[in-house]
Design a protein around this ligand. Sequence first.
Ligand code: RTP
Ligand code: MG
Length: 223
Amino acid sequence: MKQLERSLVIIKPDGTVRRRVSALVLQALLDREYRVSAFREMKVPENLAERHYAVHKEKPFFPWLVRFLSSAPVLAMILEADGVIQGVRDALGATFVQKADPDSLRGKYGIWAGVNIAHASDAPETATKEIELWTTQGGLEESPDAENAARAYIQRYNQGDADYTTMIREVVKNAIEQKDLSDTVLISLKDLFARDAAGIDKSDTDTLAEVVFDFIREEVVRE
Ligand code: RTP
Ligand code: MG
């Protein structure tokens, strides 16, 4: 029997701490009829984040990217279907949030630039490598229960109308435009990332806020 194509997909910390947003992203992926063969909420150790993004090791943003992925829990999963690799990337949209189609998942829910709610494998060879890495080093396990775990996550968190995307984007955009690196910005980010973060430690949502604040600082200093 031909094995279905597989993709390693991660809802990054900025997605996962916004519980309803992550449930909506997950729902949108499952609506595309992908099979979920592994599903795990987890904190990413820095050495796993470094290995996951090893292709970007020489880039100036690499240390920031590793801190971002490790800041707060993520949802790591393996999705399976013919064409799943390109399909998930199409659903996510362009890497940089401002360049992503407004109807794509990054366009709807991404925060700013590379703070873009999700990762997805970009080719069959990288998918194989990433799945090997996350199953051997990240405790991600293939299981017949994975699909139910993903559906239970959606059921639990897709209620209500919590979506702080616009508010968080406004804070980031205003801070960059006004070169505002005051405590008020950091405090606002800490508040917003904690609002819909059921079950996630405040220290983790605070760390994510600090990582996003560092991104703002780099943007302001670069100009
Ligand atoms: P991903 O690997 O996370 O699925 O994203 P991608 O393929 O669309 O983009 P890639 O080029 O692989 O970049 C990996 C992640 O690094 C961050 N990034 N920041 N500051 C920057 O210039 C910059 N460039 C990339 C983003 O979080 C991006 O998703
Ligand atoms: Mg990539």
